[in-house]
Structure formats: structure tokens, C-alpha cells
Ligand binder design. Structure first.
Ligand SMILES: Cc1cc2nc3c(=O)[nH]c(=O)nc-3n(C[C@H](O)[C@H](O)[C@H](O)COP(=O)(O)O)c2cc1C
Ligand code: SF4
Length: 486
């Protein structure tokens, strides 16, 4: 099985650059990050609202809410860390279901009358923490990510999928507990009309709670994202580009009508691919093999992905994502957070990692290629829509070299903001420490994937290897046992 050199094995920018050259990765990278003189420390604008720097915290849920969808101590701690991070854009906090049946797990946050006070506390904890650390919050922007988990809904029990889908998917149905002959799991048009009303109601609650924006989530295989590829779906919410974007368009216009002062953003999987699985020939019961696409050749042209080349769905095709950016601009949505694919069926594209989660596969390529694919997609979209505020994702795997790459990307206009996910779980003050030129290498996320494996096993998420708080929690021992198959 092929292995790839860990990023930490490159001791200098020069040796890292030489390796990137060998990989054919033309990634802008400065020699070092210039701290507070860096473009990362400069403000940017979402319409007229100023955002104090170029760091963004990506949404990250912890599978740690209560049964009703209220935050717990763990959720509050994570949001406090987001506030303390030094990032001035907090994109969505974490996925929050607009109603119970759309929860991806029984511990996902849910926005209802019963949880409004809890969500208000989350928001105020984050803002207060930011103020205590940095003195100023008028250049801080905080949104709430609104979602329905669709095919990946498990609202009641950890091991019990209760999927609701946009259309039957020939490769994903079997993986997600969907009987390909059961049409009752498909949302009817009327049910989608009702769901739109739930999104608008949720946005109104978020607005009343003081969130600056809501994110109408369109990524990672959840319902909003699945609708974008619903080419085979008849009726008002499928088929043509206009039909497939009808749900999103109607949610956005509804929110604008009901909440005139609330900003709206969209987190978008700009490209997708076919599902991957561990190579059966190279897998053992102890260790999954490297990821390979499941057979898809009989399905060409592949109409089951958004932002996929239909002739070769392993390649992105950004034509429709560009059309979507045009549509969003028309609707007044001026900020789009770009991500890719799905953590469930092709995780190497979504969150590049050297060590896969328990239900995953070994990397099919150097994870740096996964990082670069997302960076290139953002750059292409930025060239196409320079007036939109774009946020990029999946930089964590760059580790030691994240700051000089991030600085060059912003300086050269490849992205507006650097959105970080896992890095802030292992190292909550990472953005501030980069700007202070005081990075502690011991805290850098090494992509061990425990924060993904734990919830896959029904445990709360967290950085078990590097965060002292999670190291001491009883779930850590449980996780170690579960990983060993005990
Ligand atoms: C534990 C965990 C929870 C996540 N939860 C969400 C989420 O609620 N919403 C979302 O859009 N993305 C979620 N993501 C994806 C991240 O926002 C991000 O796109 C991904 O981790 C890649 O960025 P990174 O390389 O900086 O980690 C999650 C990722 C992790 C590791
Ligand atoms: S568990 Fe910690 S080190 Fe591992 S991927 Fe998650 S944040 Fe990174």
C-alpha cells in the first residue's frame, strides 16, 4: 500500500516546495507569514459589513447536544473557543436542523422554540469570549448554519437511519439504508413546500436571537446539496437547473421577505464525485485498503452529482456552480463558503487526511492533492465572481505550511477568507497565534480523524489526541477500545 510523507517531515519551506513541485501542485506560498503585517490581518467586507480579518471558523458540530437539540457544556465550550480563536468570521457555528426529522444524529442542535434560549446562550458566549480576548466585536460576524440532513438523517437513534431523500441515487441508496423501490422516502413537492416554511421560520428565530446571518446549507450530501443534482426528479424541485435550485431560491426569497435585516450566506459543495470505498483487494478486517471509486462506468453520463463532469465524474466541472453563483448574486447572497463533496462517501475530497476515520479508506492520493483541488476550485470561482466574498475550506492538512500558503492565497486573490475546521479543534487560538507569530507546533492538527471516528461510533466529537480536556474524558478510553474492535 502506498504511503505519503507526513507534512511535518518537511523541515523547510524549500523542501516542502520541492515536494509540491514533484506532485505537480502549483500552490502559491510565501516564505513565511508576516503576522500582523500579513494580508490575513486585513479586513474584508460582506456588503457594507466589515469583517476584521481573513480568518473564518468553519462550522463544526460536536454530536453533543441534548435530545431536544439544546447545547450542552461541550457545545458551549466549543463555541467559546470559536470566539477566542481570533477569527472575525464565524461561519455558522455548526449544522443546526430546522426541525427534528432533519437531524443527522440524535445529538444535533435543532432550532425550535424550546431551544431558542440555549442557542442565544451559545451566541452570547462566543461574542463575550471574543470581546474579552480582543476588545472589539463590531468587526465580528457570526451566523448559524441551517440544515435538513435528508439522506443522512438519524434523528432518533445513533444506529437507526431515517433517510428522507430528493431522489433515488443508484450508488448511495444502498449505503444510506434506502430501499431503491421505496418511494415513500422521497420528499413530495408539497412536503418540500412545508420544509421551506420551516427554514424561513428557523431563520427568523436566528435573526431574533441576534445572529448576523444564516447559512442555507448546500453541501456534503445533505438535502439542500442533494436537490442540486436532482436531475432525475420530476416536478417543481428537480430536472432543469431552475427546478433543482428552486428549493434554495424559495428559501432565500422567503427569508428575505420575513427577515429584511438578516444577511444570507450559502455553504456550497462546489464539486462532487462518485462514492468511494476501500479497495476490496487491498483490505483486511483490521485495515481498510486505499479508496477507490465504486463502479460507476455503467451510469455514464453521470447525472447524479453537482459540479461533476458527466463524462468523467471523477473530475470537477464548475459550469453549474458558476451559474449558481450568478443566481445567488441575483438573490442578494454576497458570501459563499466553498467546500466539496461529502465526508460520508468521499472523505478524501472533503477533509483531506493521512489517517482515515473508522468507516473510511486509506488515502487514494497524497492528501495535499485534495487540499489543492479545493484551493483551485475556489480560485476559479473567485475569478468568475470577483464581487462575491468567497471563503475556502480544507486547509488544515497544510499544517506547518498553512500560514505561508494562506497568506499568499489571500495576497494573490485566490480566495478572500481562509476557513479552518479541524485545526481549531486541536488548537483553538490558532488564528490569533498565527498573527502573533507564535504558533505552537505541538497543537497542530495531524489529521488523526478521531473527531470524525468518535461520532461514527456514537460518541461525542472532540480532539481526543491533542486536547487535554478530551484526553481526560471517559469517552477516550471507549474510543480506543472501539477502534481496536473491542
Ligand atoms: C468534527 C467535524 C464536524 C464538522 N461539522 C460540520 C458542520 O456542522 N457543518 C459543515 O458544513 N461542515 C462540518 N464539518 C466540515 C468542516 O467545516 C470542514 O469543511 C472540514 O473539516 C475541512 O476543513 P479542515 O481541513 O480545515 O478541517 C465538520 C468537520 C469536522 C471534522
Ligand atoms: S482528532 Fe484532533 S488531530 Fe485528529 S483530526 Fe481531529 S482535530 Fe485533528
Amino acid at each position: 500500500m502506498r504511503s505519503y510523507p507526513p507534512v511535518a517531515s518537511f523541515k523547510t519551506v524549500v523542501s516542502f516546495r520541492a515536494y509540491l513541485d514533484k506532485l505537480g501542485v502549483e500552490l502559491p506560498m510565501d516564505d513565511a507569514c508576516d503576522g500582523t503585517d500579513s494580508p490575513l490581518a486585513t479586513p474584508c467586507y460582506w456588503g457594507e459589513r466589515k469583517i476584521g480579518n481573513r480568518w473564518c471558523i468553519q462550522p463544526m458540530e460536536g454530536w453533543d447536544g441534548t435530545a431536544e437539540g439544546n447545547p450542552t457544556e461541550l457545545t458551549i465550550r466549543r463555541w467559546r473557543h470559536f470566539g477566542e480563536s481570533g477569527a472575525k468570521l464565524i461561519w455558522g457555528g455548526e449544522a443546526t436542523a430546522v426541525r427534528h426529522d432533519g437531524r443527522a444524529n440524535p445529538r444535533q442542535l435543532c432550532i425550535t422554540e424550546q431551544t431558542a434560549a440555549g442557542l442565544a446562550e451559545l451566541r452570547s458566549t462566543l461574542v463575550r469570549a471574543h470581546k474579552e480576548c480582543y476588545g472589539q466585536t463590531d468587526d465580528l460576524m457570526l451566523g448559524l448554519q441551517l440544515t435538513h440532513s435528508g439522506r443522512f438523517s438519524k434523528p432518533n437513534e445513533h444506529g437507526k437511519p431515517e433517510p428522507r431523500i430528493a431522489y433515488h441515487h443508484p450508488l448511495l441508496d444502498a449505503r444510506t439504508g434506502v430501499d431503491p423501490d421505496d418511494d415513500n422516502v422521497i420528499f413530495t413537492d408539497t412536503e418540500l413546500d412545508d420544509l421551506i416554511a420551516d427554514f424561513v421560520k428557523a431563520a427568523k428565530t436566528a435573526w431574533n436571537l441576534g445572529f448576523d446571518f444564516v447559512d442555507v446549507k448546500q453541501c456534503h450530501g445533505y438535502l439542500g446539496h442533494e436537490l442540486l443534482s436532482a436531475r432525475t426528479r420530476p416536478g417543481r424541485y428537480g430536472g432543469s437547473f431552475a427546478g433543482r435550485t428552486n428549493f434554495l431560491r424559495t428559501v432565500i426569497t422567503g427569508i428575505k421577505q420575513e427577515c429584511p435585516g438578516l444577511l444570507i450566506g450559502v455553504r456550497l459543495s462546489a464539486f462532487d464525485s462518485v462514492p468511494f470505498h476501500p479497495d476490496p483487494a487491498l483490505s483486511t478486517p483490521e485495515k481498510p485498503g486505499p479508496g477507490r471509486p465504486v463502479p460507476y462506468e455503467h451510469l455514464l453520463p453521470y447525472v447524479y452529482g453537482f459540479g461533476c463532469n458527466q463524462g468523467n465524474p471523477l473530475e470537477p466541472d464548475l459550469d453549474e456552480p458558476k451559474q449558481l453563483l450568478d443566481l445567488l448574486r441575483e438573490l442578494g447572497v454576497m458570501a459563499v463558503d466553498i467546500t466539496a463533496a461529502s465526508p460520508y462517501y468521499n472523505h478524501h475530497l472533503q477533509r483531506p487526511t493521512l489517517y482515515p476515520p473508522s468507516d473510511g479508506y486509506q488515502p487514494p492520493e497524497d492528501p495535499l492533492l485534495g487540499v489543492y483541488r479545493q484551493i483551485k476550485a475556489v480560485a476559479e470561482l473567485k475569478r468568475y465572481a470577483p464581487d462575491l466574498l468567497l471563503i475556502g475550506s480544507a486547509y488544515t492538512y497544510l499544517q506547518e505550511y498553512l500560514p505561508p500558503v494562506a497568506q499568499a492565497l489571500v495576497a494573490q486573490g485566490w480566495t478572500d477568507c481562509i476557513g479552518i475546521g479541524r485545526m481549531v479543534l486541536s488548537y483553538p487560538k490558532y488564528p490569533a497565534d498565527v498573527l502573533a507569530r507564535q504558533v505552537d507546533a505541538k497543537r497542530l492538527c495531524r489529521t488523526f480523524s478521531d473527531c470524525t471516528t468518535a461520532p461514527r461510533k456514537g460518541l461525542v466529537s472532540g480532539c481526543y489526541p491533542l486536547d487535554e480536556y478530551y484526553k481526560k474524558r471517559p469517552e477516550r478510553a471507549q474510543l480506543i477500545r472501539l477502534k481496536k474492535g473491542v
